[in-house]
Design a protein around this ligand. Sequence first.
Ligand SMILES: Cc1cc2nc3c(=O)[nH]c(=O)nc-3n(C[C@H](O)[C@H](O)[C@H](O)COP(=O)(O)OP(=O)(O)OC[C@H]3O[C@@H](n4cnc5c(N)ncnc54)[C@H](O)[C@@H]3O)c2cc1C
Length: 480
Amino acid sequence: MKDVIVIGAGAVGAFIARNLSRFNLNVLVLDKDNDVCNATSCANSAISHSGYDPVPGTKKAKFNVLGNQMMEQVCKELDVPYEQIGTLTVATEEAQLKTLEELKERATINGVPSEIVDQARLREMEPNISEEALGALYCPTGGIINPFLLTCHAMENALDNGVELALNQEVKDIKKVSDHFVVYTQDKEYESKVVINAAGVYSDKIAAMIEPIDWFITPRKGEYYVLDHFKGEFVNHVVFPLPSAKGKGVLVSKTTSGNYIIGPSSEPMDDRECVACDSLTLANVKQQASMLIKNIPFYQQIRVYAGLRATPSTHDFIIESSKSEPAFINVAGIESPGLVSSPAIGKYVVEELVSKVLKLEENKNYKKNIKPYTKPLDLSNEERNALIKEHPEFGRMVCQCEKVSLGEILEVLHRKLPCNSLKALKKRTRAGFGKCQGGFCQPISVSIIAEEKEIDVSKVSYDKDGGYFAPYKSNKGGKR
Ligand SMILES: Cc1cc2nc3c(=O)[nH]c(=O)nc-3n(C[C@H](O)[C@H](O)[C@H](O)COP(=O)(O)OP(=O)(O)OC[C@H]3O[C@@H](n4cnc5c(N)ncnc54)[C@H](O)[C@@H]3O)c2cc1C
């Protein structure tokens, strides 16, 4: 019998798990995919929003502001790239200047520092701002994060502190039996005193397994362009238009890896899995971005991608025990700004909701810092040479575009957090993220995964199990 089962291994599930591991509890995380961070948490804008935008008094406002305040420290503990580059919300029409004032008031109520900058200052801050830009709301505490490592490292830290993770376990039903729950997946059943629903776009389906609910989730797709990293600061801040009923609008930003992202669109969907992009939507994204920033070098485009927001019919995050079962906790409808909010949501769920139904006893062995990773690119030449002399695998480049060595790949394949696919490797190391999009390194990575996992290359998937990269048996039996 588990004390707590968490359904969903996205950013929210990972931070709930990490916070649960601060206490002496028997915790299991279930996810239907073969990796953590494989749904919305891996396909978003990766902005640590300051919190100027959510309506004051909402859960979105509360957890956004708290999460952003926690982000720098959390990223230090979990070794996650984070840069507080600030955000600019830009007015391009006279009438919008008044809206900037209203947004500033909202920022003040939410406790977020902000300042209105005029056209001249805006041009100094962003030399590529469009000619139409008239002024902006500057929020210096906004920033950018690596969403893959934020989620993966939060989960790895939870595992290091005793949490268990079961992948490829899709929850199909949940029943209350006397004083506990039985959670049924496609091939197993698990018993637990407490169940936490952090299932993203499926969180309404999971909630409805316990009782009738009066809310629902609409997946809302956002599509993006990714530009390569290139010399010169093309934008220095996260640049947004004014927010609308559809969300925060199409932004232009650099990422913690030095790439640039442009997007997202905002379209309601019926399908909870479809993350395909289409050319008409992307053309619209391009047009909207070009109203903010001039001469965007779209010729540097290396990829497009899309993510699905779990938009709740309540218009606010749902973070509470279910009506009939205090030990069944919904953490649902966590659309944007859910990534930045996730550290604060994880803490709240454990300290304020789980504590009401379970006795929390401190885990004296809890370690808040993740075990260190070897990062050859962060070393001086002398240090790197010494590392390669002792461990030659750190001198063998696998991904030439992103400069990822064999040593780094071997390291992630042997850590506590399972790494079972090419996409899992990509999220953790960036191998395959570069200009050639894995054309060079992915065949090599497939054979490394096969050899280290002692499986045939034909069994290495790109993403979900069954989506094999090279569906033919190798005559080397998986040896590279
Ligand atoms: C286009 C876009 C832009 C965004 N930009 C930002 C931003 O800049 N900043 C920000 O703070 N937020 C942003 N967000 C929001 C943020 O990405 C999400 O709020 C956050 O990632 C949600 O995390 P989650 O863990 O709730 O969901 P997910 O990451 O989707 O995780 C849910 C998990 O549940 C699992 N699951 C589902 N059903 C089952 C089942 N039946 N059994 C087992 N497992 C199941 C899934 O496999 C998945 O792994 C954006 C979102 C989108 C789509």
